[in-house]
Design a protein around this ligand. Structure first.
Ligand SMILES: [Zn+2]
Length: 328
C-alpha cells in the first residue's frame, strides 16, 4: 500500500514532490493542507514511504525492509505525532514527541520522518517550541504537517515550510479509488463517493460502517413500500425508526432516495441517479409518483431535517413527515 500510484488526483503535488526527491532537494518541512477526508494522510504516507524505500529514490517498492516495516507500522524512523492530553497539540507534546527524538540520528533508513496530524491544532506555545527545530533541523529530519487550515500557523512556521494545497476530489475519482483500493462494487462506490461529497476519508468511513449500510437498506426498503401501506402502518414506522434517532445520516438517506426518484422521473436516464445500486427500485418507484408530489415530499424531508436540527421531537417530526409524504 501507499505507493504514489494509489493516490487519485492531485497529480501536480506528487510531481513536485517526486522532482524534489530526484534532484535531492527534499525540504525539511511540508504542510499538506486540505479539508477533512481530502487524502492528506494518504499523500503524507506515500511521501514518507517513497523517501525511505531502500530500492531507490521514490520507488516505494513494497518489498524492501523499509517499505515492509512501513506497511506494518513498525518503521523505526517514522513517527506519528499526536496530542496526548487535550485535543490540541500542546507544547509538551512537541517536546516529548519531536524535540526529544529529533536530535537522535535515524535508526536505519534514509530519513527520520515526523508526520504531525492536525498540526494546525498546535497551540501557539507548541508552534513556538516547534519553531526552534524548524530553524535548524538536522539534515535527516523531514516534517510532514497535516492541516485543515494552513492559516492557523504562525507566519514564522509557515515561512519555513513548503505548503501543498490538496484539492478535494471529484466523485468519479473517489469512486474509482474505492473500487480499486477497497474492493467496493462500482455501483456502491459511486453512491458512497457522491454521498461523501468527494471526501475519500468519509467514503471509507461509510463503507466500513456496518450500521450505516444496514440502516440504508432498511430505510430504502420502507420508502419503497410506503405508497402501498395505509397511514396507520406508516405512522407506526415513525416509532420503529426511533432507533436511528441519534444517527444524523438518517434523513440524508431519505432525502437522497427521493432525490433519485425525482431524477428518474424527470430525466429518465440512469446517468443522473446517484444510488446506482438501487436503479431498478428507483425507476419502479418513479412510475408511481408525480413530479409535484415528489417536490412536496422533498420539501417535507427538508423540513423534518431542519426540525430535528433544532432539537424538535423525533417521533412527532417523523409522523408529520411520513404523513406529508403519504399525502403528496
Ligand atoms: Zn522499498
Amino acid at each position: 500500500m501507499y505507493g504514489f500510484d494509489e493516490i487519485t488526483g492531485n497529480g501536480q503535488i506528487i510531481k513536485n514532490f517526486e522532482s524534489a526527491m530526484f534532484h535531492g532537494r527534499v525540504s525539511h518541512a511540508y504542510i499538506l493542507s486540505g479539508q477533512f477526508g481530502s487524502g492528506k494522510k494518504l499523500i503524507a504516507k506515500s511521501f514518507a514511504k517513497a523517501l525511505e524505500c531502500e530500492k531507490g529514490i521514490g520507488l516505494a517498492c513494497g518489498v524492501c525492509s523499509a517499505c515492509k516495516t512501513f506497511d506494518s507500522d513498525n518503521n523505526p524512523d517514522i513517527f506519528y505525532v499526536k496530542p496526548t492530553k487535550t485535543k490540541a497539540l500542546g507544547a509538551d507534546d512537541i517536546r516529548e514527541q519531536v524535540l526529544k527524538q529529533v536530535d537522535i540520528k535515524q535508526y536505519r533508513y534514509r530519513y527520520k520522518i515526523f508526520i504531525i496530524e492536525n498540526a494546525d491544532k498546535m497551540t501557539v506555545a507548541a508552534q513556538n517550541v516547534f519553531l526552534k527545530t524548524l530553524e535548524e533541523p538536522p539534515g535527516y529530519a523531514v516534517f510532514l504537517l497535516l492541516a485543515e487550515n494552513s492559516e492557523l500557523f504562525l507566519p514564522t512556521v509557515l515561512s519555513r515550510c513548503v505548503t501543498f494545497k490538496i484539492r478535494p476530489l471529484g466523485s468519479e475519482q473517489v469512486a474509482e479509488y474505492m473500487v480499486k483500493n477497497r474492493g467496493i462494487l462500482r455501483e456502491e462506490a459511486f453512491f458512497l463517493a457522491e454521498y461523501a461529497g468527494g471526501s475519500i476519508g468519509k467514503a471509507i468511513k461509510l463503507s466500513e460502517d456496518e450500521e450505516f449500510g444496514l440502516m440504508r437498506e432498511d430505510i430504502t426498503d420502507r420508502l419503497f413500500a410506503l405508497r402501498d401501506i395505509d397511514l396507520a402502518t406508516a405512522l407506526m414506522w415513525a416509532k420503529e425508526m426511533e432507533k436511528y434517532k441519534d444517527n444524523p445520516e438518517m434523513l440524508d438517506i431519505i432525502y437522497m432516495w427521493y432525490r433519485d426518484v425525482l431524477a428518474a422521473k424527470k430525466l429518465g436516464d440512469e446517468k443522473y441517479i446517484i444510488q446506482k445500486d438501487k436503479l431498478q427500485k428507483i425507476f419502479a418507484q418513479a412510475k408511481k409518483e408525480s413530479n409535484i408530489g415528489l417536490g412536496k415530499t422533498l420539501s417535507a424531508v427538508w423540513q423534518a431535517k431542519r426540525q430535528l436540527g433544532q432539537n424538535g421531537n423525533f417521533l412527532l417530526t417523523m409522523e408529520i413527515m411520513l404523513m406529508k409524504i403519504k399525502e403528496s
